[in-house]
Ligand binder design. Structure first.
Ligand SMILES: [Zn+2]
Length: 209
């Protein structure tokens, strides 16, 4: 994440579910580009530290909420990638079907209401949206993604950032053509997310969407 400019300084945090049900999480404050295995912390699902010398991420509550809400997810990644975060600052969800690669992976990226970082309010702001998306823009803050494993959650983060960058560039060119609904249906049928239902309008989600 640091190498790709998705975070700078002490930004960002990562969590992964361990086989025993406990959670591996990155430490607070430390630059993610200069972190070693010894810096990682193990907490239980309630957030109590079990192993590790450092203090867990200040966004631990957000990670615990995400992993509790999505038992199918093995990992959660939070970063401040510049293009996607700009959309979050502008209050603009990435809610149009534009790129086939995005439709078949993260699909749409909704925008969560602003919540003060590190507080339980962040978890509350994302919990409803996690039922229908693997990637969420956090208003005036950054991006959260989940995935079946760490690699998948990280790829979702990269996909969201590239998606935001391409939409930004297309808007600068003056035009964003969306994919026709029948093509979105075709792509969704090909991808078949294992846990998140797709309604007949081609948007991802349950009865709430
Ligand atoms: Zn953050």
């Amino acid at each position: 994440m640091y190498g790709r400019g998705l975070v700078v300084a002490g930004e960002g945090n990562i969590s992964a579910r361990l086989v025993d049900g406990n959670i591996l999480v990155t430490p607070a404050g430390l630059c993610k580009g200069r972190m070693s295995l010894a810096d990682l912390i193990v907490v239980n699902p309630a957030g109590h530290k079990l192993r590790g010398a450092r203090v867990p991420s200040t966004e631990l509550k957000m990670h615990l909420t995400a992993l509790a809400k999505r038992p199918d997810a093995g990992a959660c990644v939070h970063a401040h990638p510049p293009y996607a975060t700009a959309f979050a600052v502008a209050g603009m969800p990435l809610d149009s079907h534009v790129l086939p690669e995005v439709v078949t992976t993260v699909r749409l990226v909704p925008l969560a209401a602003y919540a003060t970082p590190s507080t339980a309010a962040v978890g509350e702001s994302i919990s409803g949206l996690l039922e229908k998306s693997d990637a969420i823009l956090l208003k005036n803050h950054g991006v959260l993604t989940v995935g079946k494993d760490l690699e998948s959650a990280f790829r979702h983060m990269e996909t969201v950032e590239r998606f935001a960058q391409i939409v930004w560039l297309a808007r600068a060119l003056g035009r964003v053509d969306t994919l026709p609904p029948d093509e979105v249906e075709r792509l969704l049928a090909l991808s078949q997310h294992p846990t998140i239902p797709t309604d007949s309008s081609g948007t991802r989600g349950s009865a709430k969407s």
